[in-house]
Design a binder for this molecule. Structure first.
Ligand code: 2AL
Length: 244
């Protein structure tokens, strides 16, 4: 059975989409076709509530236009617009924060998140509550590398994340690390080796969870709250969004 996954990078930086696609393809099974997509509008990176809000129309446009995918992965750690994406898709949509945190919760008693900018810490904490993982999340640590700088010097990024992860494990007494940005995809293997604890990247975890639910023959619940939104008039630049 062939599984078609669309991995949406909710920011508009193509090089980051390429990184995300490479990691999703690396972990996906042989009969899984992975396509990564970049929205036509939105912020170059997502590291504020403002960025998150304005990333949502672009990612919804990608999802609404894609009738081929069996499931979607939303590849930004704030899981922007996840509920709206589920309503719009009527197929499984997996957010990478949800995927990484839920996977980490299976592997140890507690995890620490190592994320990008300090201002994203509150959002990560909110998500632990949303996903019922507040008790398992022992701490959220910001390395203060802007999202787009993660790509610039991978050796420096790796060294900084390693140092923050070591400190997080010691300070929090946790036993797993969750990486808090899609731009950290590809780092876990080496980090796991160095740290001796599971290091979970949401792009990899989200891709395999999306693949799993499809292979299990499970479809998204469109019952009740997650039914497709009722058509209605949308105006201005959002005009096209009111139609199914
Ligand atoms: C992210 C992410 O995963 N992509 C992006 O643009 N911003 N998350 C983050 N915490 O900085």
């Amino acid at each position: 059975m062939t599984v078609r996954l669309t991995v949406v990078n909710p920011n508009t930086t193509e090089s980051m989409t390429a990184l995300i696609e490479a990691e999703a393809r690396r972990v996906a099974g042989p009969d899984t076709v992975v396509t990564a997509r970049t929205p036509s509008m939105g912020p170059a990176s997502i590291e504020s509530h403002y960025d998150e809000a304005l990333a949502v129309p672009g990612l919804l446009e990608v999802i609404r236009a894609d009738q081929q995918a069996d499931a979607f992965v939303l590849a930004c750690f704030g899981d922007p617009g996840l509920d709206a994406a589920r309503e719009a898709a009527s197929r499984p949509v997996i957010g990478i924060a949800e995927a990484a945190m839920k996977t980490a919760s299976l592997l140890g008693r507690s995890f620490s998140v190592v994320t990008t900018m300090s201002r994203t810490v509150g959002r990560a904490r909110d998500l632990t509550r949303t996903y019922g993982l507040e008790r398992q999340c022992a701490g959220v640590h910001a390395c203060d590398i802007p999202v787009l700088e993660l790509e610039e010097d991978r050796d420096r990024t790796y060294a900084v994340i390693l140092a923050f992860a070591k400190n997080a494990l010691a300070a929090d007494g946790s036993d797993a690390i969750v990486l808090g940005c899609a731009g950290m995809a590809g780092l876990p293997e080496l980090l796991t080796e160095q740290l001796g604890v599971p290091v979970v990247d949401g792009v990899a975890a989200g891709t395999l969870l999306a693949e799993s639910v499809v292979r299990l023959g499970l479809h998204a619940s469109t019952h009740g709250e997650l039914a497709p939104p009722p058509p209605k008039a949308y105006t201005g630049v959002l005009q096209g969004f009111g139609r199914r």
